[in-house]
Design a protein around this ligand. Structure first.
Ligand code: CA
Ligand code: CA
Length: 299
């Protein structure tokens, strides 16, 4: 049976205290209707910045309570489909993103999405790579704002979190309390302006559980690769953590030594940047599943 959570069920922080919008059994398929990261407040390029309600930034839809999920388990989120609205919004503003200090005023760009392409500035066509910016479970402790990525997931802005990917998140409270939002019709690694092509849409996922947490989380699997994902205030630390998590996975699940695992990472995979503009930065380490299979690690 397919379940749906409407975009009336919004949260602005991942929290154990958020009342569930929906309760489902493991194996269920759930459709989340999502607002864009501005909660759909910007429909035209002349929307005045001063008119925006900044307390409504980065809403996530949910949370969904998964029956049987207990702290210490792993929530498995298979992303089946991402359906996008017909226009996206971008903005630049002083003090936001990598050259924010050089920007003197804010600008809004409305970007039509048509025939699988985005059209910027009325002349540059880009292919779409629809992805989920914010996706996470509730932390055990204090609530974490939806704009912040951390071990629970959250605002990872990781472009491989897309259709066909399976995401593994930690369960830290009973029911897991999964929420997601902040879709991007396209985004490049780094998200340097602080924005992707921000867009309203729907996400279809299938949810299941693994008892225990056998892997360092968050973790993502695509058709060809496995990714460890890590976030930290400093990009250097996020990079170290993402790679260290993959080393730990290899040491725990194969007979490689720590030194061999590091050597393998140094030549067999890629350390990549997800985003450098959120309150914590996010990196991922990418290793081919074919390499893991040779070590008898199968996903
Ligand atoms: Ca984001
Ligand atoms: Ca975003």
């Amino acid at each position: 049976m397919q379940h749906k959570v409407s975009r009336e069920h919004l949260v602005y922080a991942m929290s154990r205290d958020n009342p569930p919008a929906l309760q489902v059994r493991p194996g269920s398929t759930v459709v989340f209707e999502t607002c864009d990261c501005f909660e759909d407040q910007i429909r035209t390029a002349d929307t005045p910045f001063a008119a925006l309600d900044w307390s409504r930034i980065n809403p996530a839809t949910g949370p969904v309570f998964v029956e049987g999920a207990e702290p210490g388990d792993t929530l498995v989120v298979e992303i089946r489909d991402i359906r996008l609205a017909e226009q996206a919004v971008m903005m630049t503003a002083p003090n936001l993103g990598v050259i924010g200090k050089q920007l003197s005023h804010s600008e809004i760009e409305i970007v039509p999405i048509k025939n699988g392409k985005a059209r910027l500035f009325d002349r540059v066509e880009l292919p779409l790579n629809p992805m989920i910016g914010v996706i996470g479970t509730a932390p055990a402790g204090e609530p974490i704002a939806c704009g912040v990525p951390d071990q629970h997931g959250g605002n990872m802005d990781c472009k491989i979190i897309t259709v066909g990917t399976t995401l593994y998140l930690p369960v830290q409270v009973t029911g897991a309390l999964l929420a997601l939002g902040d879709l991007h019709a396209a985004m490049g690694d780094g998200e340097v302006s602080v924005c992707g092509l921000e867009i309203q849409g729907e996400v279809e996922v299938q949810l299941s559980l693994i008892k225990g947490q056998p892997w360092p989380l968050p973790l993502a699997r695509t058709a060809a690769h496995l990714y460890t994902i890590a976030s930290a205030v400093q990009l250097d630390d996020a990079a170290d953590m993402a790679a260290a998590n993959m080393v730990n996975l290899l040491v725990r699940h194969s007979d490689l030594s720590q030194a061999q695992a590091v050597s393998l990472l140094s030549v067999g995979g890629n350390l990549q940047i997800c985003q450098v503009v959120d309150p914590q930065k996010t990196c991922r380490y990418e290793l081919p599943l074919s390499v893991l299979a040779q070590l008898n690690i199968h996903f």
